[in-house]
Design a protein around this ligand. Structure first.
Ligand SMILES: C[S@@+](CC[C@H](N)C(=O)[O-])C[C@H]1O[C@@H](n2cnc3c(N)ncnc32)[C@H](O)[C@@H]1O
Length: 259
Protein backbone atom coordinates (compact mmCIF):
# COMPACT_ATOMS: atom_id res chain seq x y z
CA UNK A 1 0.00 0.00 0.00
CA UNK A 2 1.41 3.30 -1.07
CA UNK A 3 0.02 6.64 -0.08
CA UNK A 4 0.47 9.04 -2.93
CA UNK A 5 1.95 12.36 -2.13
CA UNK A 6 1.56 15.32 -2.43
CA UNK A 7 -2.07 15.56 -1.49
CA UNK A 8 -4.24 18.65 -1.11
CA UNK A 9 -2.66 20.31 1.90
CA UNK A 10 -5.84 20.29 3.97
CA UNK A 11 -5.99 16.50 3.94
CA UNK A 12 -2.46 15.62 4.96
CA UNK A 13 -3.73 14.80 8.45
CA UNK A 14 -5.97 12.09 6.98
CA UNK A 15 -3.06 10.45 5.18
CA UNK A 16 -0.88 10.65 8.27
CA UNK A 17 -3.65 8.99 10.24
CA UNK A 18 -3.74 6.15 7.73
CA UNK A 19 -0.02 5.75 7.96
CA UNK A 20 -0.36 5.48 11.74
CA UNK A 21 -3.06 2.81 11.39
CA UNK A 22 -1.16 0.88 8.70
CA UNK A 23 2.51 1.11 9.59
CA UNK A 24 3.58 -0.75 6.44
CA UNK A 25 1.96 1.94 4.26
CA UNK A 26 4.54 4.02 2.43
CA UNK A 27 4.35 7.46 0.95
CA UNK A 28 5.06 7.62 -2.76
CA UNK A 29 7.78 10.16 -2.01
CA UNK A 30 9.59 7.41 -0.04
CA UNK A 31 9.40 4.85 -2.82
CA UNK A 32 11.55 4.89 -5.95
CA UNK A 33 9.37 2.66 -8.07
CA UNK A 34 6.11 1.05 -6.93
CA UNK A 35 5.67 -2.56 -7.91
CA UNK A 36 3.15 -3.32 -10.64
CA UNK A 37 -0.25 -3.87 -9.08
CA UNK A 38 0.73 -2.29 -5.75
CA UNK A 39 -2.28 -0.60 -4.16
CA UNK A 40 -2.11 3.17 -4.23
CA UNK A 41 -4.24 5.53 -2.19
CA UNK A 42 -4.05 9.05 -3.44
CA UNK A 43 -5.84 11.96 -5.03
CA UNK A 44 -7.11 11.94 -8.58
CA UNK A 45 -8.34 15.42 -9.43
CA UNK A 46 -8.98 16.24 -5.73
CA UNK A 47 -10.86 12.97 -5.12
CA UNK A 48 -9.35 10.46 -2.69
CA UNK A 49 -9.09 7.23 -4.70
CA UNK A 50 -7.69 3.72 -4.50
CA UNK A 51 -6.16 1.93 -7.47
CA UNK A 52 -3.61 -0.62 -8.52
CA UNK A 53 -0.41 0.91 -9.82
CA UNK A 54 -0.37 0.93 -13.63
CA UNK A 55 -3.85 -0.57 -13.81
CA UNK A 56 -6.25 0.78 -16.40
CA UNK A 57 -9.26 0.16 -14.12
CA UNK A 58 -11.19 3.16 -12.88
CA UNK A 59 -9.98 4.01 -9.36
CA UNK A 60 -12.33 3.27 -6.48
CA UNK A 61 -13.71 6.41 -4.85
CA UNK A 62 -16.90 7.50 -3.14
CA UNK A 63 -19.14 9.67 -5.27
CA UNK A 64 -22.54 10.54 -3.84
CA UNK A 65 -23.12 13.33 -6.32
CA UNK A 66 -22.91 11.72 -9.76
CA UNK A 67 -22.61 8.19 -11.02
CA UNK A 68 -24.68 5.34 -9.65
CA UNK A 69 -25.55 7.01 -6.33
CA UNK A 70 -26.95 10.04 -8.13
CA UNK A 71 -28.96 7.86 -10.50
CA UNK A 72 -30.36 5.73 -7.68
CA UNK A 73 -31.26 8.84 -5.66
CA UNK A 74 -33.41 10.08 -8.54
CA UNK A 75 -34.77 6.83 -9.97
CA UNK A 76 -34.11 4.18 -7.31
CA UNK A 77 -37.69 3.39 -6.35
CA UNK A 78 -37.97 5.26 -3.03
CA UNK A 79 -39.56 3.48 -0.12
CA UNK A 80 -40.58 0.55 -2.31
CA UNK A 81 -36.95 -0.65 -2.41
CA UNK A 82 -36.14 -3.78 -0.44
CA UNK A 83 -33.57 -1.95 1.68
CA UNK A 84 -36.24 0.60 2.65
CA UNK A 85 -38.61 -2.18 3.71
CA UNK A 86 -35.75 -3.87 5.55
CA UNK A 87 -35.37 -0.91 7.91
CA UNK A 88 -39.12 -0.32 8.27
CA UNK A 89 -39.58 2.75 6.08
CA UNK A 90 -42.70 1.19 4.53
CA UNK A 91 -44.24 1.20 8.01
CA UNK A 92 -44.07 4.97 8.15
CA UNK A 93 -41.01 4.92 10.41
CA UNK A 94 -38.15 7.37 9.92
CA UNK A 95 -35.60 5.43 11.98
CA UNK A 96 -32.20 6.36 13.27
CA UNK A 97 -30.08 3.58 11.78
CA UNK A 98 -26.70 2.37 12.94
CA UNK A 99 -24.90 0.96 9.89
CA UNK A 100 -22.31 -1.28 11.53
CA UNK A 101 -20.49 -2.23 8.30
CA UNK A 102 -20.24 1.07 6.44
CA UNK A 103 -18.05 0.09 3.48
CA UNK A 104 -18.25 2.73 0.75
CA UNK A 105 -21.49 4.06 2.26
CA UNK A 106 -23.81 3.18 -0.60
CA UNK A 107 -26.53 1.62 1.53
CA UNK A 108 -26.16 4.34 4.16
CA UNK A 109 -26.60 6.99 1.46
CA UNK A 110 -29.74 5.32 0.13
CA UNK A 111 -31.18 5.25 3.66
CA UNK A 112 -30.22 8.87 4.31
CA UNK A 113 -31.78 9.84 0.96
CA UNK A 114 -35.02 8.28 2.16
CA UNK A 115 -34.95 10.38 5.33
CA UNK A 116 -33.15 8.18 7.86
CA UNK A 117 -30.46 9.53 10.13
CA UNK A 118 -27.55 7.14 9.73
CA UNK A 119 -24.58 6.61 12.03
CA UNK A 120 -21.97 4.64 10.13
CA UNK A 121 -19.17 2.56 11.60
CA UNK A 122 -16.30 1.40 9.38
CA UNK A 123 -13.15 -0.17 10.76
CA UNK A 124 -10.82 -0.14 7.76
CA UNK A 125 -8.90 3.15 7.87
CA UNK A 126 -8.61 3.14 4.07
CA UNK A 127 -12.29 2.53 3.38
CA UNK A 128 -13.22 5.00 6.10
CA UNK A 129 -10.94 7.61 4.50
CA UNK A 130 -12.57 7.11 1.08
CA UNK A 131 -16.00 7.45 2.68
CA UNK A 132 -15.01 10.46 4.72
CA UNK A 133 -13.71 12.17 1.57
CA UNK A 134 -16.95 11.33 -0.30
CA UNK A 135 -19.03 12.77 2.53
CA UNK A 136 -16.91 15.91 2.61
CA UNK A 137 -17.45 16.49 -1.12
CA UNK A 138 -21.17 15.77 -0.76
CA UNK A 139 -21.38 18.42 1.96
CA UNK A 140 -19.77 20.92 -0.38
CA UNK A 141 -22.06 20.11 -3.30
CA UNK A 142 -25.61 21.06 -4.10
CA UNK A 143 -27.96 21.75 -1.22
CA UNK A 144 -30.12 18.64 -1.66
CA UNK A 145 -27.12 16.31 -1.46
CA UNK A 146 -25.55 18.33 1.35
CA UNK A 147 -28.74 17.87 3.39
CA UNK A 148 -28.62 14.11 2.84
CA UNK A 149 -24.95 13.94 3.78
CA UNK A 150 -25.67 15.98 6.91
CA UNK A 151 -27.82 13.08 8.13
CA UNK A 152 -24.79 10.76 7.91
CA UNK A 153 -22.12 10.51 10.60
CA UNK A 154 -19.02 8.36 10.22
CA UNK A 155 -17.17 6.70 13.09
CA UNK A 156 -13.94 4.87 12.33
CA UNK A 157 -13.94 1.94 14.73
CA UNK A 158 -14.69 -1.74 15.12
CA UNK A 159 -18.45 -2.14 15.48
CA UNK A 160 -18.13 -5.19 17.68
CA UNK A 161 -16.42 -3.08 20.33
CA UNK A 162 -18.22 0.21 19.70
CA UNK A 163 -21.70 -1.36 19.72
CA UNK A 164 -20.89 -3.09 23.01
CA UNK A 165 -19.73 0.23 24.47
CA UNK A 166 -22.88 1.94 23.24
CA UNK A 167 -24.98 -0.74 24.96
CA UNK A 168 -23.06 -0.17 28.20
CA UNK A 169 -23.70 3.58 27.82
CA UNK A 170 -27.42 2.75 27.42
CA UNK A 171 -27.56 4.17 23.89
CA UNK A 172 -30.12 2.78 21.48
CA UNK A 173 -30.75 2.93 17.74
CA UNK A 174 -34.10 2.15 16.16
CA UNK A 175 -32.45 -0.14 13.64
CA UNK A 176 -29.03 -1.74 13.35
CA UNK A 177 -28.14 -2.55 9.73
CA UNK A 178 -25.37 -5.03 8.88
CA UNK A 179 -23.84 -6.00 5.55
CA UNK A 180 -20.61 -7.90 6.23
CA UNK A 181 -18.60 -9.26 3.32
CA UNK A 182 -19.30 -12.70 2.03
CA UNK A 183 -17.62 -14.48 -0.89
CA UNK A 184 -19.40 -13.20 -3.98
CA UNK A 185 -20.96 -15.16 -6.79
CA UNK A 186 -21.57 -12.13 -8.98
CA UNK A 187 -19.01 -12.26 -11.77
CA UNK A 188 -19.62 -8.85 -13.32
CA UNK A 189 -16.46 -6.90 -14.12
CA UNK A 190 -17.19 -4.09 -11.65
CA UNK A 191 -17.93 -6.43 -8.77
CA UNK A 192 -14.87 -8.47 -9.62
CA UNK A 193 -12.63 -5.42 -9.61
CA UNK A 194 -14.05 -3.92 -6.41
CA UNK A 195 -14.18 -7.26 -4.64
CA UNK A 196 -10.57 -7.95 -5.58
CA UNK A 197 -9.46 -4.73 -3.92
CA UNK A 198 -11.76 -5.27 -0.93
CA UNK A 199 -10.52 -8.83 -0.43
CA UNK A 200 -6.94 -7.66 -0.74
CA UNK A 201 -7.47 -4.91 1.83
CA UNK A 202 -9.80 -6.59 4.27
CA UNK A 203 -9.34 -10.35 3.81
CA UNK A 204 -13.08 -10.84 4.11
CA UNK A 205 -14.94 -10.29 7.37
CA UNK A 206 -14.10 -13.53 9.18
CA UNK A 207 -15.50 -12.24 12.49
CA UNK A 208 -18.84 -11.13 11.05
CA UNK A 209 -20.82 -13.51 13.26
CA UNK A 210 -19.71 -11.52 16.29
CA UNK A 211 -21.67 -8.49 15.08
CA UNK A 212 -25.09 -9.97 15.71
CA UNK A 213 -25.20 -10.23 19.49
CA UNK A 214 -24.27 -6.59 20.27
CA UNK A 215 -26.52 -5.47 17.40
CA UNK A 216 -29.50 -7.27 18.95
CA UNK A 217 -28.82 -5.54 22.26
CA UNK A 218 -28.38 -2.12 20.70
CA UNK A 219 -31.40 -2.08 18.39
CA UNK A 220 -34.79 -0.99 19.68
CA UNK A 221 -36.99 -2.13 16.79
CA UNK A 222 -34.99 -4.47 14.59
CA UNK A 223 -31.70 -5.69 13.19
CA UNK A 224 -31.64 -5.91 9.38
CA UNK A 225 -28.90 -7.96 7.72
CA UNK A 226 -28.08 -7.92 4.01
CA UNK A 227 -26.93 -11.34 2.79
CA UNK A 228 -26.12 -12.89 -0.56
CA UNK A 229 -29.06 -15.09 -1.53
CA UNK A 230 -27.46 -18.41 -0.67
CA UNK A 231 -25.39 -17.34 2.33
CA UNK A 232 -26.06 -18.96 5.70
CA UNK A 233 -27.74 -16.95 8.46
CA UNK A 234 -25.41 -14.60 10.31
CA UNK A 235 -24.24 -16.31 13.51
CA UNK A 236 -26.47 -19.23 12.46
CA UNK A 237 -29.41 -17.45 14.05
CA UNK A 238 -32.63 -17.71 12.14
CA UNK A 239 -34.23 -14.32 11.57
CA UNK A 240 -37.86 -13.49 12.30
CA UNK A 241 -38.46 -13.21 8.56
CA UNK A 242 -36.65 -12.63 5.26
CA UNK A 243 -37.14 -10.24 2.38
CA UNK A 244 -35.98 -11.96 -0.77
CA UNK A 245 -34.65 -9.53 -3.36
CA UNK A 246 -33.30 -10.07 -6.86
CA UNK A 247 -29.63 -9.84 -6.02
CA UNK A 248 -29.63 -10.45 -2.27
CA UNK A 249 -31.88 -11.02 0.70
CA UNK A 250 -32.51 -9.11 3.91
CA UNK A 251 -32.83 -11.07 7.15
CA UNK A 252 -34.88 -9.23 9.74
CA UNK A 253 -34.64 -9.86 13.47
CA UNK A 254 -37.77 -8.04 14.65
CA UNK A 255 -37.65 -6.85 18.26
CA UNK A 256 -40.45 -4.32 18.70
CA UNK A 257 -43.06 -2.69 16.44
CA UNK A 258 -42.33 0.89 15.34
CA UNK A 259 -44.28 3.52 17.36
C1 LIG B 1 -19.70 -5.51 2.13
S1 LIG B 1 -18.98 -4.09 2.81
C2 LIG B 1 -20.37 -3.07 3.19
C3 LIG B 1 -20.91 -2.31 2.00
C4 LIG B 1 -21.87 -1.23 2.37
N1 LIG B 1 -23.12 -1.75 2.87
C5 LIG B 1 -22.13 -0.30 1.20
O1 LIG B 1 -23.30 -0.14 0.83
O2 LIG B 1 -21.16 0.28 0.69
C6 LIG B 1 -18.50 -4.58 4.43
C7 LIG B 1 -17.72 -3.52 5.18
O3 LIG B 1 -17.89 -3.76 6.58
C8 LIG B 1 -16.70 -3.45 7.24
N2 LIG B 1 -16.71 -4.18 8.51
C9 LIG B 1 -16.77 -5.52 8.68
N3 LIG B 1 -16.75 -5.85 9.98
C10 LIG B 1 -16.68 -4.67 10.66
C11 LIG B 1 -16.62 -4.34 12.03
N4 LIG B 1 -16.59 -5.28 12.99
N5 LIG B 1 -16.58 -3.04 12.37
C12 LIG B 1 -16.59 -2.07 11.41
N6 LIG B 1 -16.63 -2.32 10.09
C13 LIG B 1 -16.66 -3.60 9.72
C14 LIG B 1 -15.62 -3.90 6.27
O4 LIG B 1 -14.38 -3.25 6.56
C15 LIG B 1 -16.23 -3.52 4.93
O5 LIG B 1 -15.83 -2.23 4.55
Amino acid sequence: MIIEYPSPASDDSLLLEIKKAIPEARFLSEVKRPEKDELILGYVRQVLSLWHYKSKDKPIAVDFVGGKAGHRRKFGGGKGQDIAKAVGLNKGARPHVLDGTGGLGRDAFVLATLGCTVTIIERSPIIAALLSDGLKRAMEGDIEIAEIAARMTLIRADSRITMQKMVEDEQQFDVVYLDPMFPHRDKSALVKKEMRIFQELLSGDPDANELLEPALQLAKNRVAIKRPKLAPDLAEKEPTYRLEGKACRYDIHALKAFD
